[in-house]
Design a protein around this ligand. Structure first.
Ligand code: GAP
Length: 418
C-alpha cells in the first residue's frame, strides 16, 4: 500500500473520513467527516480563527450566505470567466480537463479507451447552478458560491458602518464553497464541495509598488508561520510564483504554496494581490458607493486587497500526510497535541476489576471537565496504547493497583512511548 492508500484506509477504519453516500455506491469523490475527522478539522479551524482574528486587532470575522444574489457572480467575473477547458472523447464519451491531459506525447490519447479522437475544446463554467423558488427559468437562476471571498466584498460597507475600522484591516471567514470540477480525485485534494478559510485584507490604494508589497510580504510570513503551527512539514512546502497570463483575472501577483503530496507537488494555499478589482466591480454593478473615507489622507477611495487563502480539506490532507509515522511495531499520527481529536485516553489497567474501573471513571470525568477525553477498557493495555497512537492521542493515563493505594497514575507519551 502506498502512503495515500494507508491514510485513506486509516481515516475510514478509525472514524476520521468516510466515503460520502457509501451505502448507495458513493458519489464521485464526496467525503463525510466522521467523529474524529470533525474534531481534528474543528481544532485547526478554531486555531486559524484564534490566530488571525482573535489575536489581531485588524481582522473581523464573517459568515455570509452560500447562495448570493446572482449579480454578485456577474460582478466578480465568475459568470464570464470561472471555467476550465473541457474536451470529450468521441469514442467513449469520457470528459477531461484539456489542460490536465498528458501532453508529453503529441498524441493525446484518452486515458479511458486509448483512442485519440476528441471534440472541440470548450469552456465549462465551474459554478453549480440552482433555481430559487418554484419556477425554473432564467430569472430564477442562482449559484452556490465558488469561493467565500465575495461575501467579504459584498459586506465591506456594512462592516465598515458598524465598526469604525481604519485601513488596513481585514475580513475573514471560514465556510463551504462549491465547484463543479470536471475531474475530482486524490482523496481530499480536489472536491466539488470544499471548504475555505479566507481573508480579504483591505489596504489604501498604493502610490508605489512597495506600498502593497509590504502587506503581501506580511501575509506571506503569516502563511509560513501557519505551517509550523499546524504541523504541516514545511520542508515539503514550496512557493510557486504564478506567471503573467496564468493568474486569475483579478490578480496582479499570486504565489501558490505547493505541497509535496504523494501524487505530486501541487497547490495547497494561495496568496494574491487582488488590487481594487472586486470592490470596483461591485460598486459598478450594484450602484452602491463602496469607497472608504480616509480622514488622514483627506480623500475617499476604493481600497485594494491582499488575499491569503487556505483550503480546509487540503489542510487536513497535508496535516495527515505530515504526521503519519510507522515502524515495525505501530502506526502513529504525530499530531500537534492541541489538534488531536482526543487529548487524553483513560484506561483501567484491567477491564473487569471494579475498583480499578471506578477509580478510572473518576479520573476520566475530572479530565472531561476541561479536555476532550476518551475512556477505553477493551482488550489489553498494549493494544489500547497502539489504538490511541493511530488516532494521534498524545497522552494515555492508566489507573493501576498503585493508583488505588496512593492516587498516582501512569501517564504514557505517544511519541516517545515513555
Ligand atoms: N478566493 C480565492 C480562491 O478561491 P483558489 O486558488 O481558487 O482561490 C483557494 O482557491 C484554495 O481553496 C486553494 O488554495 C485550495 O486550498 C482550495 N481549493 C480550491 N479548489 C479546491 C477543490 N476543488 N477541492 C479542494 N480544495 C480546493
Amino acid at each position: 500500500m502506498d502512503l495515500m492508500e494507508k491514510i485513506v484506509s486509516l481515516c475510514k477504519r478509525r472514524g476520521f473520513i468516510y466515503p460520502g453516500s457509501e451505502i448507495y455506491g458513493g458519489l464521485s469523490n464526496s467525503w463525510d467527516f466522521g467523529p474524529l475527522g470533525i474534531e481534528l478539522k474543528n481544532n485547526f479551524k478554531q486555531l486559524w480563527w484564534k490566530s488571525f482574528i482573535h489575536e489581531r486587532d485588524d481582522v473581523l470575522g464573517l459568515d455570509s450566505a452560500l447562495i448570493m444574489n446572482p449579480k454578485v457572480w456577474e460582478a466578480s467575473g465568475h459568470v464570464a470567466g470561472f471555467s476550465d477547458p473541457l474536451v470529450e472523447c468521441k469514442n467513449c464519451h469520457s470528459r477531461y480537463r484539456a489542460d490536465q491531459l498528458d501532453t508529453k506525447q503529441d498524441l493525446r490519447v484518452c486515458p479511458n479507451c486509448g483512442k485519440n479522437d476528441w471534440t472541440q475544446q470548450k469552456d465549462f463554467n465551474l459554478m453549480f447552478k440552482t433555481h430559487i423558488g418554484p419556477v425554473e427559468d432564467t430569472s430564477s437562476v442562482a449559484y452556490l458560491r465558488p469561493e467565500t471571498a465575495q461575501g467579504m466584498f459584498v459586506d465591506f460597507k456594512n462592516i465598515l458602518s458598524s465598526f469604525p475600522k481604519k485601513l488596513p484591516f481585514g475580513i475573514a471567514q471560514i465556510g463551504k464553497a462549491f465547484r463543479n470540477e470536471i475531474t475530482t480525485g486524490n482523496f481530499l485534494f480536489r472536491l466539488r464541495e470544499l471548504e475555505q478559510m479566507e481573508i480579504e485584507y483591505f489596504i489604501p490604494p498604493p502610490k508605489k509598488d512597495s506600498d502593497w508589497q509590504k502587506y503581501f510580504e506580511e501575509w506571506r510570513k503569516e502563511m509560513w508561520r501557519w505551517f509550523d503551527l499546524v504541523g504541516i512539514d514545511s520542508k515539503k512546502v514550496h512557493e510557486h510564483e504564478i506567471g503573467d497570463g496564468e493568474r486569475a483575472h483579478y490578480s496582479k501577483r499570486t504565489i501558490d504554496f505547493e505541497f509535496d503530496y504523494p501524487f505530486g507537488t501541487k497547490e495547497l494555499y494561495g496568496l494574491a494581490y487582488r488590487t481594487d478589482y472586486d470592490l470596483k466591480s461591485h460598486q459598478k454593478y450594484s450602484g452602491w458607493d463602496l469607497t472608504y473615507r480616509d480622514q488622514e489622507r483627506g480623500e475617499s477611495y476604493i481600497p485594494h486587497v491582499i488575499e491569503p487563502t487556505w483550503g480546509v480539506d487540503r489542510t487536513l490532507l497535508s496535516i495527515l500526510l505530515s504526521s503519519y509515522y510507522e515502524d515495525e511495531k505501530r502506526v502513529v499520527l504525530k499530531l500537534k497535541p492541541y489538534l488531536a481529536p482526543y487529548k487524553v485516553a483513560v484506561f483501567p489497567l484491567v477491564a473487569n476489576k471494579n475498583d480499578l474501573v471506578s477509580k478510572a471513571k473518576v479520573v476520566y470525568r475530572k479530565l472531561k471537565d476541561s479536555l476532550v477525553v476518551v475512556f477505553d477498557d477493551r482488550g489489553n493495555i498494549g493494544k489500547r496504547y497502539f489504538a490511541q497512537d493511530e488516532i494521534g492521542t498524545p497522552w494515555c493515563v492508566t489507573i493501576d493497583y498503585d493508583s488505588l493505594k496512593d492516587s498516582t497514575v501512569t501517564v504514557r507519551d505517544r511519541d516517545t512511548t515513555k
